[in-house]
Structure formats: C-alpha cells, structure tokens
Design a protein around this ligand. Structure first.
Ligand code: ADP
Length: 494
C-alpha cells in the first residue's frame, strides 16, 4: 500500500473527528435553542404575547431545525451538508434578530452583527477555507442588507466594526483551520506511513515465517532423500558385494574343469609318451590345438573376472613392498617378443638403469605392463613397441607402453577403462578380447596409489602411461602399506 492510496482514508478520519465536534456543538446549541424557546414562551405568556417574543421563538425554532438537520445529515455521513445546515440556521437566526422589530430601533439590531465573527470562527474550525469565505460573504451580506430592509440603506460604525471583526475572525479561522488541517494531515500521513511500514514489516515477517516453514519442509525432504539415498547406496553396495562374491565363486568353480581341459589337451599334443608313445593323428592335431588355445583364452578371461570380483568384494590381497622395476622390464620384454610372434614389430626398452624402487606388488605391476603390452601387440601390425620409464619430480615413477598401431578413436578414450568396454579397434575381427584388461589394470593401480591414462592418434599409435609412488624407506613403506589397506578396502566397497 502506498500513501496515495491511504489519503482518502486519512481524510475520512479528519472528517470523522470534526463530525464528532459538530455532534457536540449541535447538541449544545439545540439545548440552548430549546431553552430560549421555552424562555420566550414563558415570558410571552406571563407578559403580553409581544411580537419580539414571537421572533425569539421563531429564531429558536430555526436553530432547532438547523441542529436536527445537522443530526440527520451526520447520520447519513454527509458531513459538509450537516455543517451548513447548522451554520445557516445560526446565520438566519442572527439575521432574524437583526431584522427583529423587537430590537429597539435599527442601531440595536445592527449590534447583533457582532455575533457573526463567532459563527465564522465556528465554520472555520469545521470546514476548509473556501467555506469560511462563503460564510464571511453571507455574514457581511446579512449585516449590510437585513437591518436596512424596509428603510433607507445606511451603514453604521458598528456594522463596519462588526464586518472588520468578521474579516479578522475569517483570517484567524482560515489560518488556524489551515494549520490544524496541515498538522492533522501531517500526523495522518505519518500515521499512514507508519502503518504502511508496519504492514510491510508484518508482511515481511509473514514471508519470513513462510520461507522458514518452506525451508523446514525442504530440509525434511532433503533428510528423507538422504535416508533413501543411504538405503539405496547400502543396497547397491550389498548387490556389488554379492556380485563380487558370486563371480569369485563361479570363477573358482570354472577354473578346475578348465585346467583339466587345458592340461589334457596340452599332454595329448606335446607328450605322446603319456599314451605309450602313440602319436596323435595329424587330423586331430589342429582341432586339439584349437581346444588348447581356446582353453588358455578362457582361463585368462576367468582369471581377469576373478581379479575384478575380488576387487569388487574388497578381497584382493596385495603384497605391497619395495619393487625393483628392472627385472620386471627384462621379463616382460622377453614375453613381448613372444606376443608379437612373426609380425614385423621391434621391441624397444626406453627405461634407464637405476630407477628408484617403487611401492607396490611386483606381480600386479608385471600384470599391468603385460596387459598393456599384449594390447600393443594385438593392435599393432608393424613398427615398434616401446616400454619406457622415468622418475618424476612429484615422488612417482612414470611407466609407459607405446605402440605404432591402429590408435584409438577420440570417442573411445574415456570408456576403454571401464569393465567389459571395448573400443572400435577391439571389436575388429581378429583382435578379440574381453574388455577387462584395462579395467583391471586401473583397479590394480588405484590400489597401489597410481594412475593410468592414454594418449593416442588414430592410425598413428597409442601410448598408455601409468604412475607408481616411489618407495621412500622401510618405515614409511609400512605406514603406507597400512594406509593403503584402508583406502583400498574403501575403494573396493565403493
Ligand atoms: P580387450 O583388449 O580385451 O578388448 P582392454 O580392456 O585391454 O580389453 O582394452 C579395451 C579396449 O581398448 C580395446 O578393446 C581396444 O579397443 C582399446 N585398446 C586398448 N589398447 C589399445 C592399443 N594399444 N591400441 C589400440 N586400441 C587399444
């Protein structure tokens, strides 16, 4: 609400205050008028019924009518009409007296004009300046005209004096009324402003209360969602652990018969002496070699699944120790030669001697490098495969396997580290895989405090990098091992 909208309400209050004043005035005047009429009656009865008494009665009745009119108008909330009803009745009553032949001679009658300033003052207190001017004009007219009705028009000193007093009364009335009106207006405006402010404050407080309630509801919702989320997380964790457990059991159960398949096929192929020296007919050899190779592939797959499931179930055990990279490099490089077979690929080592020892599990480090090397061999047809390493400034050793193979499309770069995800290259015929090698490598490195990433250009080759923390000394190594166990367990559960 603004103050402009409040204005009429403010004026209503001023009018109401004045109406109350008029209410008192008309009642008071009515009593006096009634008393005058009664007095006039009794005087008229006891003495002779003179015309002066009659004039007094008529004047009293006029005033009574004016007062009752004021009351009626007030009841109908027509305040201005009420004031005029009251003021005009008084004006007429005074004029009536001035005309009254009861006044002895014109001089006495004209003296009654001195009552007009009081009337003007009264009007001034009840109505705005314009009304005061109207009252003044009417009073002057009555003062000048009424006493001269029926005789020559004359103006006495008393009349002039009365008119001057009327002017002064009008001045004082309008001044006072203006000031009073201004003060009332100011007070009302202040009151209105204060009320608006109070309303605003109240509104703000309400709004605040509402936001508080809203916030509380939201907080409750959030808490509920958190509880649900926690339950969902626990369920997911349980499902993951269950999956890990299930895969671990399955892999274990599959490995036993598979080892028999591989073992017997290998014996049949390579050790005829086990069958009393009977050579296998050549027609069988191709199929049996296929059985043997498929068996090996299947076993690798099962081993990978077993590793992953152990990580999932938080059961992968690591022998964290100080690891010398040199013997690992030597071992994997000779394996790499076997992996590339008869493809025109050179195997190169780009790792200086005397690298610092790293902290990790030597078998698992070897497994990661072999995974990368077997991928490099699988996805490279000619060129070079390099195994390199260098110590970094941040307390890690960086190891890489670089090839000049088919490369990895940009859209596959992120997904190839996820379980069972193969890139476009991996899905090509003749390069079959499981999509598990990189996922396992990443998990193993996480557990050893390392990281893995790739840089590659399509048809130009790929470089897989990974880091391992440098082994500082024995004491920190043990601490690190202990620390390693905790996050490892956590990450397995997550
Ligand atoms: P797999 O090799 O058994 O498919 P990996 O997890 O080892 O599973 O590799 C995931 C995918 O990453 C592969 O299918 C292949 O698309 C891509 N990839 C990995 N190494 C290379 C590489 N050296 N060159 C090109 N693509 C590679």
């Amino acid at each position: 609400m603004d103050s402009v909208a409040e204005r009429p309400a403010g004026l209503e209050i001023t009018t109401q205050l004045r109406a109350e004043r008029l209410d008192t005035l008309w009642k008071f005047t009515l009593i006096i008028a009634v008393l005058i009429v009664l007095f006039a009656f009794s005087l008229g009865l006891s003495m002779l019924r003179t015309q002066a008494m009659l004039q007094l009665v008529v004047a009293g009745v006029v005033v009574m009518v004016g007062c009752l009119g004021a009351q009626r108008f007030l009841n109908r909330k027509r305040y201005e009409a009420a004031v005029w009803s009251y003021a005009l009745s008084l004006l007429m009553a005074i004029a009536f007296f001035m005309f009254s032949p009861g006044a002895k001679g014109p001089e006495e009658g004209r003296l009654l004009a001195f009552a007009y300033p009081v009337l003007i003052l009264t009007v001034g207190l009840l109505l705005p300046v314009q009304s005061v001017i109207v009252a003044l004009a009417l009073s002057i007219a009555a003062t000048l005209i009424v006493p001269s009705i029926g005789m020559y028009f004359t103006v006495t000193v008393a009349q002039v004096l009365a008119i001057v007093l009327m002017g002064i009364a009008a001045g004082i009335a309008s001044q006072t009324s203006g000031e009073v009106y201004g003060i009332a207006q100011w007070a009302l405006e202040s009151y209105t402003k204060e009320r608006a402010l109070k309303d605003k404050l109240f509104d703000s407080q309400e709004e605040l209360n509402r936001s508080y309630i809203r916030q509380k509801v939201l907080a409750d919702d959030l808490q509920k969602t958190n509880i649900e989320l926690e339950a969902a997380r626990a369920a997911a964790l349980e499902a993951k652990n269950f999956r890990g457990q299930f895969l671990a059991n399955m892999s274990h159960e599959l490995r036993t018969p598979l080892n028999a398949v591989i073992g017997f096929s290998e014996t049949m192929l390579n050790f005829p002496m086990m069958y009393d020296g009977q050579e296998l007919p050549p027609a069988y050899k191709t199929d049996l070699t296929q059985i043997y190779n498929s068996g090996k592939h299947l076993l690798q797959l099962i081993n990978d699944i077993l590793d992953l499931s152990k990580v999932d179930a938080g059961r992968l055990e690591m022998e964290i120790e100080a690891v010398d990279l040199d013997p690992i490099f030597k071992g994997v490089l000779s394996t790499a030669i076997g992996l590339v077979g008869d493809k025109p690929i050179k195997i190169k080592r780009d790792a200086p001697e005397g690298l610092p020892q790293v902290r990790g599990d030597s078998l698992r480090i070897r497994q990661v490098i072999l995974n990368l090397l077997s991928n490099a061999a699988k996805f490279t047809d000619k060129g070079m495969i390099t195994v390199g390493a260098a110590a970094q400034d941040d307390g890690h050793v960086r190891i890489w396997v670089q090839d000049t193979g088919i490369g990895i499309p940009a859209e596959d770069m992120a997904s190839i580290f996820e379980e069972f995800r193969q890139g476009a290259s991996g899905r090509r015929k003749g390069r079959a895989g499981s999509g598990l090698g990189l996922a396992i490598s990443r998990q193993l490195l996480n557990l050893m405090g390392g990281q893995i990433w790739v840089e590659s250009r399509l048809n130009a080759g790929s470089t897989f990098y990974f880091t391992l923390p440098v082994f500082a000394d024995a004491a920190p190594a043990q601490a690190a091992q202990a620390a390693q166990a905790a996050p490892a367990a956590q990450s397995n559960q997550a």
